[in-house]
Write a protein that binds this ligand. Sequence first.
Ligand code: GMT
Length: 377
Amino acid sequence: MKIGILCYPTYGGSGIVATELGMALADKGYEVHFISSALPARLDITNPNIFFHKVNVQTYPLFQYQPYDIALSSMIYRVVNLYKLDLLHAHYAIPYAYAAFTAKQMLKEEGKDVPLVTTLHGTDITLVGQHPSYKHAVEFSINQSDTITSVSESLKKDTLQLFKITKEIQVITNFIDNTEFKKDSICQRNHFATKDEKILIHVSNLRPVKRVQDVLQIFKNVNTKIKSMLIIIGEGPDMEIVNEFLEDHPDLIGKVRLLGKVNDLYKILQLSDVFLLPSEQESFGLAALEAMAAETPVISSNAGGIPEVNIQGETGYLTEIGNVEAMSNYTIKLLSDESLLAQMKKNAKEQALRFDLKNILPIYEKMYADTLNRFKI
Ligand code: GMT
């Protein structure tokens, strides 16, 4: 089967899921064509079954805004035609489902068509997709998809509440390839902390929904009771909050390490003791699952789909959004009890194994086969 994957190329969750899925499909012999504005961050382009098609936006002095969506539709149309794709899979509704629908209409004019699967990831539904500038077009393009999937039960519920959806939504949860989390690839813990220090970690694209101010406050509270340090991985607009916090707390400067975007994320996750995810919104929380695959328990909010991944008292602890005090207390409780910490690390790994790629990939493959069968009738 030849599949076209349309996704963001950056470190955001939807692009990571799309890339990991495409690479797993390519390993199984599918021909996978990525269509995006740049080479997706984690894509192994050396795999002979993987193709990459860059969307080129032609600039013109008249354009106030670059017409990316038109260039994207044209590229989808061209790739379907040139490589005879069997199916398109859009990750994140904006603009991918919309651009794919336009490409389908162009193909129909020539008596051709191709089925479209749209996977909803989160903020395309709960945040950006709600803006009046986008809402109608998002709803329309979701309903025009031949199959709709969402990454959690919570996101499915939100989608049905927030939009008038005329089709079934199939939940296919995010997944993790546990084979990538190999013990022998651990980097040195002493590069980051002394023997008697605990390591707290946060990974995100530092947007307001991630509530990095809570991460910093939790760390500050924990540090009064437990010798610890904080690693922050990722870049984003709220890095300014981090910088201001450090200006206000010069005593903590040496205890906060800002690593920016890193490639071998799992190596650093594996040496961490607790992962902080106090998000305001989170359709699934792939970052939490990655932490668990690295045997790191999670202290999180109970936003969106996080409770489907992080299990209270088992793989970590959850509280109401913004309850920094409770999150701090849970972190202190966990870090001051070595046997509890060891048990939760074990439980976290077991939970990650439930979401292993080998369990979820066949569900995607069946969904593709069902979509094609329905389409042929
Ligand atoms: O919020 C992000 O970090 C990026 C965003 C995306 O779509 O790129 O992530 C969303 O999709 C991820 C993969 O399905 C989910 O794990 C995240 O929970 C979700 N983020 C939000 O809902 C805020």
